[in-house]
Write a protein that binds this ligand. Structure first.
Ligand SMILES: Cc1cc2nc3c(=O)[nH]c(=O)nc-3n(C[C@H](O)[C@H](O)[C@H](O)COP(=O)(O)O)c2cc1C
Length: 176
């Protein structure tokens, strides 16, 4: 499938089927997260893969947004490893966001749907999984096959036109 088709067909899945994702697909999704670019190639991503019923229950204590997915990735990075530039946004957050995007798109190519979830309780996740303090928890990403109710939410359709998002040479309200 062409990349342009892949990104056009993806939407945030909020109705997962319970059947598990095959181990080789999980492996391919992890490999996509491994190959992502990171600042100074420091690779600070430290990602928890949760598939057991007990683990998924723990996820449910920290978020209402698992949507029945049989697999959840907890996206975190090691603050002691990530590159820091005080003048720019934290590179660790950029790194883990690119990693998550790689994983999401690799999953989509394999027919595995996903949702980026920021509505989480990081202290609860830390408690449930004994996550050390040097790991900053950024998001969770439920993944799995679409269930019978699967459909894009209305927000998916609300894409802005190109000229609201991209500007030639200068922003419209820029002053000399
Ligand atoms: C940083 C981030 C946080 C998000 N958090 C949530 C969330 O907590 N719960 C949820 O259902 N969707 C969440 N989403 C999904 C967005 O709502 C969704 O991507 C957006 O509405 C566009 O829809 P689409 O992904 O179907 O194209 C999040 C997406 C991003 C990028």
């Amino acid at each position: 499938m062409a990349f342009s088709e892949l990104i056009a067909e993806r939407f945030s899945e909020r109705h997962f089927a319970p059947n598990p994702v095959e181990p080789e697909k999980i492996e391919a999704i992890m490999e996509a997260g491994r190959l992502a670019p990171t600042a100074r190639n420091l690779q600070p991503q430290r990602i928890l893969v949760v598939q057991s019923p007990e683990g998924l229950e723990k996820i449910d204590r920290a978020s209402n947004c698992r949507f029945g997915a049989p697999c959840v990735f907890v996206l975190a990075y090691d603050m002691n490893v990530a590159s820091h530039n005080p003048d720019v946004v934290d590179f660790g957050i950029i790194d883990i966001s690119i990693v998550g995007t790689h994983m999401m798109l690799q999953a989509q190519e394999l027919g595995v749907h996903s949702c980026w979830v920021g509505l989480i309780d990081p202290p609860e996740l830390r408690r449930q999984f004994h996550i050390p303090r040097n790991l900053r928890i950024v998001s969770i990403m439920p993944m799995g096959y679409p269930g019978p109710e699967s459909h894009p939410a209305h927000l998916h359709e609300e894409s802005q036109p190109l000229n609201a998002l991209f500007f030639k040479e200068q922003y419209p309200d820029a002053t000399e």
